[in-house]
Design a protein around this ligand. Structure first.
Ligand SMILES: *Cc1c(COP(=O)(O)O)cnc(C)c1O
Ligand SMILES: [Zn+2]
Length: 451
């Protein structure tokens, strides 16, 4: 393992890689440190033995590289431990990057085939919003339907390595469903604390994976604090994906690695990300920064944190030019996956804000109408069915393009973070109810002409 220890971003104190939350000394956020000069193998990187570049049969010795690559991958696949083996045609997913993940032994990995999602060039949608090179990183295709499978696969795998038996998570829906799925596979018990506004599809999904769901009145922060207290009292592992634990964020890094490789090592000008507390953004920042420091990319992309107007504590701070983030009063938005008022863990938002600024990016908020419009456009123009929260990054791109901040010639990637199938009731409301016609051709002809 190249991961060495966890370092407090505030006071600099180091900790061994055991069960960790925020810094016991000062309460700061912890960040995993690696021995980067020991990193020898990364997929797609020319010169690294694990490279995918050599797998194309281009002659000139590349078949030899390809053979070596396959051998390496097969060896790694065996390392994954027999009952966890999940074979996909796309390789080992996030475990291709095991040298930059905090697992001691790869055989502890709990996998459902997460990662290696498509990067889709969207010509028509790009045209519509005024961006010539517009891409969607399609996280709707993850095993449980959202990007949360990346942080959860890493967190649950680490939990398995540390012999944890019960995990608990506060979730706006997707993280709970994801934690439940990985816990099922790992043979752990899982408790999900969710605010009552979570779409029922996500809760049902978590329960189908065997998790016990506790619905809590009020907003997300209430569920957060209750999960925190319960975990502490009962000595269960809390895998909540804010910046509470340093492990889940490491899984988020793999999204950045994949984008670098899929863009052919041309760094996009902008990457747009829906943010609640923002670990996805800080994780992706770390991933890009690691690849920059490893000399694999020449610059960082500008990262854009996108929030809903109805819950935008980080955007408010960005616009005020502040470095501190104040909690949001009464969150209200159709984008329930990023409806996090940050009450009591404002520092999570502050780290996200700092990363946005350090990348040269911006934070921007979008209305529910803009979010739903973006979701409908993703479906109609590109055949991508996103949940409202997933489309927040596309609404953000449209907004920045209309303001001239993103220019038409810029290369832009929006991370579409979650699948629409979990939230069909919202869309049925927009589309209107269907009414059956009598099974009669005249009736059907009349109906067709009216559509
Ligand atoms: C959790 C979630 C986000 C936001 O992620 P954070 O990193 O927690 O801020 C974005 N989109 C979807 C669909 C989510 O479930
Ligand atoms: Zn500290």
């Amino acid at each position: 393992m190249n991961a060495r220890l966890a370092k407090c971003v505030r006071c600099g104190q180091n900790y061994p890689l055991e069960i960790l939350y925020t810094c016991p000394k000062c309460g700061g956020i912890l960040d995993i440190q690696y021995d980067y000069n020991k990193v020898t193998e990364l997929p797609g990187v020319p010169g690294h033995p694990g490279t995918r570049v050599g797998t194309s049969d281009a002659g000139n010795g590349s078949t030899i590289i390809s053979q070596e690559c396959d051998n390496r991958r097969n060896a790694r696949f065996r390392e994954l431990g027999s009952f966890q083996q999940t074979s996909t045609s796309r390789g080992l997913g996030i475990w291709e990057y095991s040298q930059l993940l905090p697992l001691e032994d790869l055989s502890h990995a709990v996998s459902l085939g997460e990662g290696q999602t498509p990067l889709i060039k969207c010509m028509k949608l790009g045209n519509h919003i005024g961006i010539n090179n517009f891409y969607v990183k399609d996280e709707t295709r993850e095993p449980t339907g959202s990007f949360k499978d990346r942080p959860m696969a890493v967190a649950v795998s680490k939990a398995r390595e540390l012999r944890v038996e019960t995990i608990v998570i506060a979730s706006s829906g997707n993280a709970g469903a994801s934690a439940a799925a990985y816990a099922a596979r790992a043979g752990m018990r899982c408790f999900v604390f969710a605010p009552a506004v979570v779409p029922v599809g996500k809760l049902t999904q978590a329960r189908m994976y065997g998790a016990k769901v506790v619905l809590v009145e009020g907003h997300y922060s209430n569920a957060y604090h209750l999960a925190f207290t319960v975990a502490k009292r009962r000595k269960w592992l809390n895998v909540t994906t804010t910046h509470l634990s340093p492990y889940p964020t490491e899984g988020d890094k793999t999204l950045a690695y994949e984008i670098c490789e899929q863009m052919g090592w041309q760094v996009p000008d902008w990457v747009l990300i829906p943010i609640g507390a923002g670990p996805l953004l800080t994780g992706m920042y770390k991933g890009f920064a690691e690849y920059l420091n490893l000399g694999l990319i020449p610059t960082l992309p500008k990262l854009v944190g996108v929030q809903a107007v109805g819950c935008a504590p980080i955007v408010r701070a960005f616009e005020e030019g502040a470095t501190t983030v104040r909690a949001w009063d009464a969150p209200k938005t159709v984008a329930s996956g990023v409806s996090d008022p940050l009450v009591g863990y404002e520092q999570d938002g502050e780290l996200t804000l700092e990363r946005v600024r350090r990348s040269g990016g911006v934070a921007v908020s979008v209305t529910d109408e803009e979010i739903l419009d973006a979701a409908v456009n993703l479906g109609n123009y590109e055949g991508i069915f996103s949940e409202p929260t997933g489309a927040v990054s596309v609404a953000g791109a449209a907004k920045l393009a209309s303001r001239g901040i993103i220019r038409p010639s810029d290369t832009v990637v929006s991370v579409v973070t979650g699948a629409g199938l979990k939230e069909t009731p919202v869309y049925t409301r927009i589309m209107g109810k269907l009414k059956a016609v009598p099974a009669d051709i005249t009736e059907v002809d009349g109906l067709i002409d009216s559509l």
